[in-house]
Ligand binder design. Structure first.
Ligand code: AOF
Ligand code: ZN
Length: 353
């Protein structure tokens, strides 16, 4: 079969998968398409955490519309069908039961309970399994899920805004109004897409931000403040905004109605925080500053993506310089008015997400 055609069907799977964005985490987004003689006879995607997997919806649709064709069809699925009993039974068994002769998978599932076992089970039952088509895209689709399970830490996105001369705050650390309101809306969208937002104590105190996604839609991310000393004013807005906040510190553990103080005992603060986030199933973290916190993630080599907004018309002429990512792979630049948005990918892990 023509690779380009198979890529096209997988592309449709990726699109379907994305319809589950915001509703399926911490599960991966998954889409599936059944094809018989160049015709799509069923489609489906994982719609909600804890509910039916993509394959189930896809097969049910084909059964309703084209009973009898499934046994001659090819199933395209963005992720390896599962082989385990989780909240739902194994999709590999469902495929075998319905005698689907051929399955094209986007990529393997790094979740320990599945990882290769789904493909193995299909092959042992005589199902032809095709891999190595659009693999990179399939991995990128679930970069958070794969990084979490593969590296046992959340997917880390760094974000900052800088002036044309590379300044991110005034000399005394005061906030500069750098980005355009339209860009701010995009930042709120970014926040809505991650499990948690993180800032350092200095930023929390100086800016007193809400750290929410009020200019966008969707889930309110968890807010995290890093205050090693344990000192943080009680009246900060983000501690009283109606959604959960954690304060990582070196001093104490305590729990209020919305705010939890979590003591990091490990030697290295960044690693210690990431371990807690992994244990608590936080799949991604959006680090918004300040300078010191961003730099500590960069120095530790613990980041996956950086989104840098540069106001190309603003010159600060002095102040706190932004971190440098020289030599990293720049993947994308978009413009919103004078704001240039650059995305860097840190090439460091086996998934190259
Ligand atoms: C698939 N198709 O659409 C999805 C899969 O608790 P469960 O039963 O929902 O299982 C969750 C795990 O199943 C999840 O961690 C991932 O490994 C896999 N997700 N697999 O065959 C799907 N969403
Ligand atoms: Zn499944």
């Amino acid at each position: 079969m023509d690779t380009a055609v198979q890529e096209l069907y997988l592309e449709r799977c990726f699109q379907l998968a994305k319809l589950g964005a915001g509703a399926v985490a911490p599960n991966p987004m998954v889409g599936a398409v059944l094809v018989y003689k160049d015709r799509v006879i069923g489609e489906g995607y994982h719609q909600r955490y804890g509910e039916a997997h993509a394959e189930v919806h896809c097969i049910n649709q084909a059964l309703e519309q084209y009973p009898g064709l499934i046994e001659k069809a090819t199933l395209y699925v963005s992720l390896e069908p599962c082989a385990h009993y989780g909240k739902t039974p194994p999709c590999a068994d469902l495929i075998i039961r319905h005698k689907i002769p051929r399955v094209v998978v986007g990529c393997r599932d790094r979740f320990e309970e599945v990882n290769g076992k789904g493909i193995e089970r299909l092959r042992n039952a005589g199902v032809e399994v095709v891999e190595q088509i659009a693999t990179q895209e399939a991995i990128t689709l679930n970069k958070r899920f794969f990084t979490f399970h593969g590296l046992k830490r959340p997917y880390i996105i760094l974000k900052w805004a800088q002036t044309r001369d590379g300044i991110m705050a005034s000399p005394d650390g005061e906030r500069l109004r750098i980005t355009h309101p339209v860009t701010n809306r995009l930042v709120h969208r970014w926040r809505s897409e991650e499990a948690a937002i993180m800032v350092g104590a200095a930023t929390a105190v100086k800016d007193d931000p809400l750290l929410d996604r009020r200019h966008w839609f969707g889930k309110a991310p968890l807010k995290i403040v890093v205050a090693a000393s344990g000192d943080l004013p009680d009246d900060l807005k983000l501690l009283h905004s109606g959604s959960a906040a954690w304060v990582f510190n070196r001093k104490e553990e305590k729990k209020g109605a919305q705010t939890e103080w979590i003591k990091i005992t490990a030697g290295d603060l960044v690693t210690g925080m990431l371990d807690v986030l992994f244990q608590r199933q936080v799949q991604s973290v959006f680090v918004e500053g300040g300078r010191r916190l961003l730099q500590s993630f960069i120095d530790a080599g613990l980041w996956d993506e950086a989104r840098v907004i540069t106001n190309t018309e603003m010159i600060a002429g002095g102040g706190l310089s932004a971190p440098s990512l020289q030599g990293q792979v720049l993947l994308q630049t978009t413009k919103i008015g004078a704001d240039e948005i650059t995305v860097y990918k840190h090439i460091h892990n086996q998934f190259i997400v």
